[in-house]
Design a protein around this ligand. Structure first.
Ligand code: ZN
Length: 502
């Protein structure tokens, strides 16, 4: 009885296991039939606290790029193919789509050609415009609000070699092959149509929407690659001596890529963010100092402006003399700042890091309203210097860096309106004094008028409302008025829309 019963128990136990196995199998089959959430691919680049950003309706509609490219470092050649998903999001239907080919800008000196275009599965014709810096694809049927286009482009790029002592944003210099903006980038559709104006060498070039990237790059194993986002796969290719890496990003403004046989890095962890400082051979001491400054700036900005959502941030030594430059997840500092001019490293880094908030996260048309990100980023440095060195140091910066040069322009009768496009400025020094200096002084005047607490509440609200979006000067002004409860038009008119003579 006992045995019989136990045999029955064993029998029913086996049946239960079988049933469970069938259930698990059928459940897993069911699950595999459900479409995977496409946003899952980008999660590795988001900090746990920010993963839900990928579920925002707006973020799900952002452009997505799947790019595969191979770089021949020696010949400075890149061959690539990209698939881009574009969702049109305005009520005005479009009959064309434009991409920007920034390497063809005369001051970049590259040569980019598109060899094949496929639209929604069919090969289509295309032509170039704006001095070959724009690619125009006519659409057979208009694209309305919420409608989607899938565009595949095959392209080649030859990058120039430039002298080692020159400011080199693009091309080979000091052993670094600089490849920012090295793929066809969707132009931005604005209320005035596709934005196709180009910047000037003294200002920023790119105007783009935030987008999600999945990139596979193949390059020589002797090189170190620097890129935004995070590597999710790496495969050495023994037959060719190359390596193939796959990266994903959260919503970022662009995918920049840098290669050199001479890069080294120090890596730290800042509250779960992988913080790297890349430096060239021989510059280790200042590479380490840049890392320390960078982490301090990062912590302060995150506290004052808003949570940094990505898993990586990098400070990068680059062949841009004594200047700085911003890209998504990357703050570039010129080699001179590691070799003699290092007294300026801290200030420039505090500026370039600020662009992660005011450029990468909150975007704006940098060619038409350069002051909106540059003035705010420049003034944001005071948040760092005040916290670390006290209010007096911040006041010195305000006076020496912005007030003195601007007052000198005023006295020479050369004061200019802040809210102007890059092309309105005649010289680099006028551009810097007005867009950066007088632009920063507007934010200083705003802070004095509304008080510290309200000022930072304005910045935080602006960041939260326009994160991964594109803001205009009017958007900033309306957030400032809403949060402060004050009419700020007079202040705005005085600093941003007028000259000292009226
Ligand atoms: Zn800047």
């Amino acid at each position: 009885m006992q045995r019989k019963q136990s045999r029955r128990i064993i029998g029913s136990f086996a049946a239960a296991i079988l049933l469970a196995a069938v259930l698990i199998f059928s459940l897993s089959t069911c699950r595999s039939k459900q479409p995977l959430d496409p946003m899952t691919a980008y999660r590795p680049d988001m900090r746990p606290e920010a993963i839900s950003d990928l579920d925002l309706a707006y973020v799900r509609q952002l452009p997505r790029y799947w790019i595969t490219f191979t770089v021949n470092y020696k010949d400075r050649l890149l061959r690539g193919e990209e698939v881009v998903r574009y969702i049109h999001r305005t009520d005005t239907p479009v009959r064309d789509i434009y991409f920007r080919l920034y390497p063809n800008l005369s001051y970049y000196g590259g040569s980019m050609e598109v060899n094949r275009a496929v639209l929604n599965g069919s090969v289509v014709s295309f032509d170039y415009s704006v001095d070959t810096t724009a690619l125009h694809i006519p659409l057979a049927t208009a694209l309305g609000n919420g409608e989607k286009a899938i565009i595949s482009l095959r392209y080649t790029l030859k990058a120039p070699a430039k002298p080692d002592n020159r400011y080199t944003l693009f091309g080979l210099s000091q052993s670094v092959l600089n490849l920012p903006l090295s793929y066809p980038i969707l132009a931005v559709y604005t209320p005035g149509g596709w934005a196709l104006n180009s910047g000037l060498p003294m200002g920023d070039t790119l105007f783009s929407e935030a987008a999600l990237y999945h990139v596979t790059a193949t390059y020589s194993r002797t090189l170190t690659a620097i890129h935004p986002g995070i590597a999710v796969a790496r495969k050495p290719m023994t037959s060719t001596g190359e390596v193939r890496e796959t990266y994903v990003t959260g919503p970022v403004r662009e995918f920049a890529f840098f290669l050199s046989p001479n890069y080294h890095f120090v890596e730290k962890n800042v509250d779960g963010v992988r913080f790297r400082s890349y430096y060239l051979t021989g510059d280790g001491i200042n590479g380490n100092i840049a890392s320390l400054y960078g982490m301090a700036v990062f912590r302060i900005y995150q506290k004052k402006f808003g949570f940094y959502p990505y898993r990586t941030m990098n400070v990068v030594e680059a062949p841009i003399t004594y200047r700085g430059m911003e890209y998504a997840n990357l703050a570039l500092l010129g080699t001179d700042l590691y070799r003699g001019k290092h007294a300026h490293q801290e200030f420039l880094l505090s500026h370039e890091m600020g662009h992660q908030w005011w450029y990468n996260m909150v975007g704006n048309d940098q060619v038409t309203y350069p002051w909106l990100d540059e003035g705010l980023t420049e003034y944001s440095t005071t948040a760092y210097f005040e916290e670390v060195y006290g209010r007096r140091r911040a006041e010195q910066i305000i006076h020496q860096r912005w007030e003195v040069p601007w007052q000198s322009l005023v006295q020479s009768g050369l004061d200019a309106i802040v809210n102007q496009p890059e092309s309105a400025f005649r010289t680099g020094s006028e551009y810097e004094t007005i867009v950066y200096g007088k632009g920063a002084l507007f934010f200083n005047a705003l802070r004095q008028q509304v008080g510290d607490e309200t000022y930072y509440r304005i910045l935080h609200t602006y960041w939260l409302r326009y994160k991964y979006k594109t803001a205009t000067p009017e958007d900033f002004l309306s957030v400032a008025e809403e949060v402060s409860g004050e009419n700020l038009h007079g202040l705005y008119r005085k600093w941003v829309l007028s000259t000292s003579s009226g």
